[in-house]
Design a protein around this ligand. Structure first.
Ligand SMILES: O=c1ccn([C@@H]2O[C@H](COP(=O)(O)O)[C@@H](O)[C@H]2O)c(=O)[nH]1
Length: 270
């Protein structure tokens, strides 16, 4: 299975619009893996998680054929994860393509409501699927189970367990320490890859996200509960410029735990 990290930043991106913090200044000078756009991942070119406004940039930067994507999963409705206006580009009259195949959209009530309302007056090729936490769904490309995140009390934010071609991925942002039902549900599962977040770096105060301590505690929990082997593949993503950590700082923090720090454009095979 090919996992392609399109973007690896939190809401603001790095360097962030309007920001003159040292991290943003250094990221501009150093470039490369320090440049981070809003988080999204593409699996085997057909299953995409989240749809930020940076999707156009991702498709140009990495030569991604977005028309190959069959299933689009949303974690929640915040604008750095769902920019529904750009889905209009796939409606009739905007995109030119021969296929009549539909793109299936999956999320809880709010993202699906935003997308269906926006597209209501258009002829389009979308199917909408309302997900319920812990109810497994067979999509066109994978078997997915939405799990509860601890992110924004105003909506039901989701994490995902994704099973495809005999491999299992846990997709774990945006969330602070997971709600108990999610930990309970993960017990007994076997993961080939866990994608975790570390939005706030070394900050002590962390609201709806993980800091370094939480990310490492999550890794330990997965190993102690035999959900992952000690040498299992863990990737960390969704970084904020307000954590004030450049890519090499993050690599130093996580390399002794065997955790890979994602960067924009990174691809891995599991
Ligand atoms: O504990 C926290 C939580 C958030 N931030 C800042 O907010 C943004 C994005 O947060 P979202 O909840 O994803 O909208 C993050 O990049 C930080 O700048 C924080 O500093 N501390």
């Amino acid at each position: 299975m090919k996992v392609h990290f399109h973007g690896t930043a939190a809401f603001e991106g790095i360097p962030s619009l309007f920001c003159h913090c040292e991290t943003c200044k250094q990221a501009k000078v150093l470039g490369g893996k320090n440049i981070r756009t809003r988080t999204s991942v593409l699996i085997d070119e057909v299953l995409k998680i989240d749809f930020p406004a940076d999707t156009l940039h991702h498709s140009i930067r990495d030569s991604v054929d977005m028309d190959k994507v069959r299933d689009l999963l949303f974690t929640h409705s915040h604008s750095d994860h769902l920019y529904p206006e750009d889905l209009l580009i796939r409606a009739f009259g905007y995109a030119q393509f021969n296929e009549e195949e539909e793109l299936h959209l999956y999320g809880h009530d709010l993202p699906i409501k935003h997308c269906s309302q926006l597209l209501a007056t258009e002829r389009h090729r979308f199917q909408f699927h309302n997900l319920k936490p812990f109810e497994t769904v067979h999509t066109q490309t994978a078997t997915i189970t939405p799990l509860l995140a601890n992110h924004d009390p105003k909506e039901t934010c989701l994490l995902y367990l994704i099973e495809k071609d005999g491999k299992t991925i846990f997709y774990g942002h945006d969330s602070g320490w997971f709600p108990k039902p999610t930990w309970d549900w993960l017990k007994g599962k076997k993961l080939d890859l866990a994608i975790l977040e570390c939005t706030t770096g070394n900050a002590e105060q962390c609201d709806g996200h993980m800091n370094v301590k939480d990310t490492l505690k999550t890794r330990d929990w997965l190993v102690e509960n035999h959900v992952m082997q000690a040498e299992g593949r863990i990737v960390v993503t969704h970084f904020s410029h307000n954590a004030h950590l450049l890519h090499e700082d993050l690599v130093q923090i996580f390399e002794q735990s065997g955790i890979t720090v994602a960067y924009d454009g990174m691809q891995l095979e599991i």
